[in-house]
Design a protein around this ligand. Structure first.
Ligand SMILES: Nc1ncnc2c1ncn2[C@@H]1O[C@H](COP(=O)(O)OP(=O)(O)OP(=O)(O)O)[C@@H](O)[C@H]1O
Length: 288
C-alpha cells in the first residue's frame, strides 16, 4: 500500500536528451495521492516524454525517477497492476471486438470493476460488438480510457486523453476522472491543450516549457496569487512591492506571482484565467 503522503510519482532533477537536445531538462515534480495534475505545454514541450519516462518506456540520463516508489525500468507486476496509462495514440487489439478486447484486457487485473466497464461503455456509446479496427479515433480513445481506468488504478497517466472525444463524452469523462481520484486516493497526471477542462477538474496545474517545469501550483492558489498588471503608455513604473515575482512582461503589462492584495501604483490589476496565463507566459515564444 502507498502511504497517503508518499509520492505516487517523483521526478527529481530529470534530464532526458534526444541527441543533444533536452526533451526534459532538470525537471522535478511530485504527484501525491488525491492530486489531479493537468500538464500544459506547447507541442514538443516534453509532456509525452515525461509520461513515457514514468512508465519506463524510455531511459533518462540524469536524475532520479520513482513510479509508485519503484524504478520505472524495473517496475514490479504489482506496481504495473496499479498504474493506468493511456498514450497519445493508443494501439492494439486489432482483430478483436470491443467485448473480446475488454475481456482479455480485464483478465490481467484482479480489481477489474465489470460494472464500471458497463457503465462507461454506455456513457461513451461504444458498441461492444464493434471491431476495434473499425472504431473512430475518438471511440478508440474511449476504449483505451475504459481499459486504463476500470480497475481503479492508484496512478493514472493520461497523455491528451480527451483530445478526440466529443464535448459530451469529454465532460463526462473528466468529471469521472476527478471523482475517481478523490474517492480512491489515486493520483492523476494528464496532459491537455484544453485549458477549460483543466480548470474544471484539476487540483493542480503544471506548466512545462522546453522540458522545464516553469510553474506548478494548486489551481485555487494560482487564481489568488497571479495577476496581470497593466500600465498605460508613458506611465512611470515604480518598483514592484515586495513579494511579487515577475513571470513575464512586455511593454505595457507585467504578469506577477505572489499577489496578496498589495497596492501597485499606476497599475490596473487584472485577474487571469488559465488560458490567459498560458498565453501571457508564452508570448515571447509565440511571437504574440
Ligand atoms: N523518439 C524521439 N526522437 C527524437 N526526438 C524526440 C523523440 N520523441 C520526442 N522527441 C522530441 O522531444 C521533444 C519533446 O517531445 P514530446 O513528445 O515529449 O512533446 P509533447 O509536449 O508531448 O508534445 P505534443 O503536445 O505535441 O504531444 C520534442 O522536441 C520532440 O521533437
Amino acid at each position: 500500500m502507498t502511504e497517503p503522503d508518499t509520492p505516487l510519482l517523483s521526478f527529481n532533477k530529470i534530464t532526458k536528451r534526444y541527441g543533444d537536445k533536452p526533451a526534459l531538462d532538470d525537471f522535478s515534480l511530485e504527484l501525491l495521492p488525491g492530486m489531479v495534475v493537468g500538464l500544459l505545454g506547447h507541442n514538443g514541450a516534453g509532456k509525452s516524454t515525461l509520461m513515457r519516462a514514468a512508465m519506463g518506456i524510455l531511459d533518462i540520463e540524469l536524475g532520479e525517477l520513482k513510479t509508485l516508489g519503484e524504478s520505472p525500468a524495473e517496475l514490479s507486476s504489482s506496481a504495473k497492476s496499479r498504474i493506468g496509462y493511456v498514450p497519445q495514440q493508443p494501439v492494439g487489439y486489432e482483430g478483436f471486438t470491443v467485448a473480446q478486447a475488454l475481456s482479455l484486457h480485464s483478465s490481467f487485473y484482479s480489481d477489474w470493476d465489470k460494472e464500471l466497464e458497463s457503465q462507461w461503455l454506455v456513457r461513451f456509446g461504444l458498441d461492444s460488438k464493434a471491431r476495434v479496427q473499425q472504431l473512430s479515433i475518438g471511440q478508440r480513445q474511449s476504449l483505451a480510457l475504459i481499459m486504463a481506468m476500470a480497475y481503479r488504478p492508484k496512478l493514472l497517466l493520461l497523455d491528451e486523453p480527451v483530445a478526440s472525444l466529443d464535448p459530451i463524452s469529454r465532460q463526462a469523462f473528466m468529471s469521472d476522472l476527478f471523482e475517481l481520484a478523490l474517492e480512491s486516493g489515486s493520483g492523476v497526471l494528464f496532459s491537455t491543450h484544453i485549458t477549460s477542462d483543466l480548470e474544471r477538474v484539476a487540483s493542480h496545474v503544471a506548466l512545462i516549457r522546453q522540458g522545464k517545469l516553469v510553474l506548478m501550483r494548486e489551481l485555487d492558489l494560482l487564481r489568488e496569487q497571479i495577476r496581470l498588471l497593466h500600465f498605460s503608455e508613458g506611465a512611470e513604473r515604480h518598483q514592484l512591492p515586495e513579494g511579487l515575482t515577475v513571470l513575464a512582461q512586455n511593454r505595457y503589462s507585467i504578469l506577477v506571482d505572489g499577489y496578496q492584495g498589495q497596492a501597485i501604483s499606476d497599475a490596473q490589476i487584472e485577474t487571469v484565467n488559465l488560458e490567459r496565463l498560458y498565453m501571457e507566459m508564452n508570448r515571447g515564444e509565440m511571437n504574440l
